[in-house]
Design a binder for this molecule. Structure first.
Ligand code: ADP
Ligand code: MG
Length: 697
């Protein structure tokens, strides 16, 4: 019954069926049942306008729109309305959908609105509130808790706004609540005191009380997290236990000589520990699938290189894949320098490698005479074949898609060991989910002698002070970055800010005593390179730039990073920018400049930056602020398409679900015990639905 096509649900029909499929991927009854509301309006909670006291929480108001106004032109256009209840008035503001609002808003009719107040010049307003005529709000009856569903413009066009969807799910629940099968074993339900599935699904769409709703959500979240962890656990079992791996039996001559004679510094304890973990992996005859996390500058390259030497010692080839040509060239240069005394040859393969050169490299990889290749995604092409690839190292892995990694894997008969490195710290819970099938090593220690960067937050009013500070640093011989935001939507204005900022810096730091470079995306690339080179060669003391400097710049003498309009940057971006300084022996500084009036989230971001240099702590805050989607980019989001759980908020439950999954697999790794039969069924149906995602990560 649950497998029935959505088309055959009363009230759907072919047009709505098409748009449900296209917009939400819903084509069966079951899929609609599992389309959960994203929040609930508690109709018993109506706030009086006069009682709004902070920006902290969303509020629900009931009242009427008494007037509307359209202000501004072009990009600055907005639409406002005055909303009144018996206690007072508040302004509503929209920057989008102006035409639609103009046509559809009804004056002097009772509305229920929902949104977050923001304070502006001592008064509150609400930007982009959700609003609904009171009449419509009453459609779903029976309880004070009204479900709200995510919808889209196309769905709304077919009458499927939140209420339209609510009508369908109500019908559906009434129709088939008796036919919803349980998918967790009874012993799990008992142990974690979980509501039966049919009840949970009914409650989540048609809650009878807050208490029941909470129980329902808890049950469905647990189920969701548990099955993710179960899949990851099984995946990990199959790669570590079943999958054959090449064995790097010995620590040989190349490794030992290098380690004893040519290592330019002593490894940090964290590096040593990770090296040990890698060595244990590659010796045991199973396949290694390991992620190394370490902040910028923590020294991941040397660990990768030592692992490569192990492979070479055992007669295997190594490839190192990186996302950009700049990074590939940097790696080639530093690795070639390190390996010079060993006589081991390394080559570079990138998109722009000439045909002749490419042919030579291909041949030497095929006959095994080239042990070590560094490259961009050019390495993935099927024409690149190895004699005996034993180790794949992937740097900055979050920039590669899963499919790209999988094609590397296929380049050897026995899958090569895989070492993935990332400088984007990922909070533990997120890592558990994103990389639950990988083993994780963390380099949580910076090489000795680095001074922690001092970070300060200054408002624009302190600009003269900041200029004075810059002057003092320049007198000491240091160089300075000044970075401006560049956000696609407000590009024109951002360029103006950059230009204005540049001019005021040039006025304060005039020639011939001072020289200031400027670099941005609208410049021709040779002009940009020229300016960059001037800065690298210390011909200029200040580099004014947009975020183009985020990747691949290394100027150890630069010790000050001034970030303008810092409230507009995300946390991870601020952290990456700050990582541009602190690379030399001198004390480095980061100055975050903002206006006086900034939002609460921005404040949290800035305070976090001032408080800590620890990328993991920063990532954790970022996760809390933004949720997991943004943090990881879209490439990995397949797994994170969570229907109801929230990785930022449900961390404790996630850990419990993970422990349970591991415990079950530990006892019953092939899931043969009768008590686990529901798990087997559920995993089967999950598998039937989704396309296989790669064996690497
Ligand atoms: P990342 O982890 O960002 O890739 P790198 O591997 O590029 O970092 O290392 C950053 C810098 O630190 C390099 O110049 C490297 O030579 C140096 N380095 C790495 N490990 C150590 C160490 N144990 N002691 C001193 N310097 C080190
Ligand atoms: Mg690196």
């Amino acid at each position: 019954m649950l497998g029935k096509e959505i088309l055959y649900l009363k009230g759907v029909g072919p047009q709505r069926a098409d748009v449900l499929k296209a917009e939400l991927g819903i084509s069966t009854w079951q899929e609609l049942l599992e389309y959960y509301p994203f929040r609930y309006i508690d109709r018993s909670q109506i706030t009086r306008i006069a009682d709004i006291q902070s920006e902290a929480a969303n509020v629900q108001l009931m009242g009427q729109i008494i007037s509307t106004r359209e202000i501004g032109v072009g990009g600055g256009k907005r639409f406002t309305a005055i909303f009144r209840d018996e206690s007072g008035e508040i302004e509503l503001v929209w920057f989008k959908a102006v035409k639609w609002l103009k046509d559809s808003l009804k004056l002097n009719q009772p509305y229920v609105i929902y949104g977050r107040p923001t304070e502006f010049k001592g008064r509150y307003n609400i930007t982009h509130p959700e609003l609904e005529l009171l009449e419509d709000a009453r459609i779903t009856q029976g309880s004070e808790l009204k479900p709200v569903y995510n919808t889209t413009q196309k769905l709304t066009g077919k009458g499927l706004h939140s209420n339209g969807i609510a009508k369908l799910t109500r019908l559906l629940v009434e129709e088939c609540r008796q036919h919803i099968p349980e998918n967790l074993p009874d012993y799990i339900l008992d142990r974690f005191k979980l509501m039966p599935r049919h009840e949970a699904i009914a409650q989540v769409h048609l809650p009878s009380t807050v208490h029941q709703l909470e129980g329902a959500r808890r049950r469905l979240k647990f189920e969701e997290l548990f099955y993710i962890q179960m899949q990851l656990g099984k995946q990990k079992l199959s790669t570590t236990r079943d999958e054959r791996g090449v064995v790097f039996q010995k620590v040989g001559e190349v490794f030992n000589t290098f380690y004893q004679k040519h290592l330019p510094f002593e490894l940090t304890n964290a590096q040593k520990r990770v090296m040990k973990e890698v060595r244990a992996d590659v010796a045991r005859g199973h396949h290694m699938n390991r992620l190394i996390q370490g902040d910028v500058g923590s020294g991941k390259t040397i660990v990768a290189l030592l692992a490569a030497l192990l492979a070479i010692d055992n007669g295997y080839q190594v490839c190192l894949m990186v996302p950009t040509e700049i990074l590939a060239m940097q790696h080639l240069a530093s690795i070639q320098e390190l390996l010079a005394p060993t006589g081991i040859s390394v080559a570079l393969l990138k998109g722009s490698t000439s045909k002749a050169e490419r042919r030579k490299i291909h041949a030497s990889l095929e006959d095994g005479s080239l042990p070590f290749i560094i490259g961009t995604h050019a390495l993935i092409e099927p024409t690149v074949q190895f004699k005996n690839l034993g180790l794949c190292i992937i740097d900055e892995q979050h920039r590669f898609g899963v499919a790209q990694r999988a094609s590397l894997w296929k380049k050897a008969e026995v899958p090569p060991h895989v070492l993935v490195m990332t400088a984007t710290p990922i909070p533990r819970t997120l890592a558990m989910t994103l990389y639950g099938d990988l083993d994780i090593s963390v380099i949580d220690e910076l090489p000795p002698g680095r001074k922690p960067i001092k970070t300060e937050w200054k408002t624009d009013a302190k600009r003269l002070e900041v200029f004075q500070f810059m002057e003092n640093e320049i007198k000491k011989g240091r160089q300075i970055y000044v970075v401006y935001p560049l956000i696609a939507e407000s590009e024109a204005m951002d360029y103006k800010d950059l230009q204005d900022g540049y001019e005021s810096i040039v006025r304060r730091f005039p020639m011939p005593q001072y020289h200031v470079s400027i670099v941005h995306g609208q410049m021709k690339s040779d002009a940009r390179d020229y300016e960059m080179q001037n800065f690298i060669q210390r011909k200029t003391q200040i580099l004014v730039a947009t975020t183009v400097i985020e990747v691949g710049v290394n100027v150890p003498n630069a010790s000050v990073m001034v970030i303008e309009s810092a409230e507009r940057f995300g946390l991870s971006q601020l952290h990456q920018l700050r990582g541009r300084v602190g690379r030399g022996a001198e004390q480095s500084y980061c100055v975050l400049m903002t206006g006086v009036k900034i939002s609460k989230d921005s404040r949290t971001r800035l305070e976090t930056m001032v408080r800590t240099n620890d990328g993991f702590e920063i990532a954790e805050v970022d996760l809390q602020l933004r949720g997991p989607g943004d943090l990881t980019g879209t490439q990995q989001s397949g797994l994170l398409d969570l229907k109801i759980a929230d990785l930022a908020k449900d961390q404790i439950m996630l850990s419990a679900a993970r422990e349970l999954a591991l415990e079950i697999l530990d006892e019953d790794d092939s899931l043969q015990l009768p008590k686990n039969s529901r798990i087997v069924e559920q995993l089967k149906s999950i598998r039937a639905k989704k396309t296989d995602w790669s064996k690497i990560s």
